[in-house]
Unconditional design. Sequence first.
Length: 210
Amino acid sequence: MGEAEANHWDGPPLEAWRPWRPNEAAAVLDGCSALWRVVGGWAIDLSIGRETRQHEDLEIAVARAEFPLIREHLEARGFVLYEAGDEEARRLAPGQAPNPRKHQNWVADPAVDVWRLDVMLEPGDAETWIFRRDERIRAPIAFMIAGGAMPHLKAHGALLYKAKALRPKDQADFANALPVLAHDERRWLTEALRIAHPGHTWISALEAAG
């Protein structure tokens, strides 16, 4: 690939991920007024109450409108944010808003030149959770987000995101989470899958669980 064709890359190398654990991220974010929550595979494990597998990264989500709050908090502590996606990582210039068509922002720790956190930007607000990939799917924040010292997207919401790829780890997350889903959570996920992924293989398993 010639120089003109190379994707833009700032910051640590792609493979330089040494992610925080959720409790470490919570300590760094203590005092931040943004309504952030752990998402992805760690959200499944936090919902279950135990660590079921290894995690290569740590993802949190925040409403796009609140991103400046979390960015200011992290930058004040010496971390650097990069807009990520499409095999690129671009450092956000002071005052630069993220591209509205992108949703990932990686947090670099320049003291050790590694990536620590992926901050995902979502629609919605303090009252309503909205599925980024299909905004017809929404629910009250209280039904989707577990609060407390370790806020996280509950398993039924995390599984909806995982339903798209169906990687082995997504299948394992579904198998581990299914027994702990409440009846209303299973029913919600079933209906959400019918909208976002008609005919999805998880629908029959959710229906069989009652």
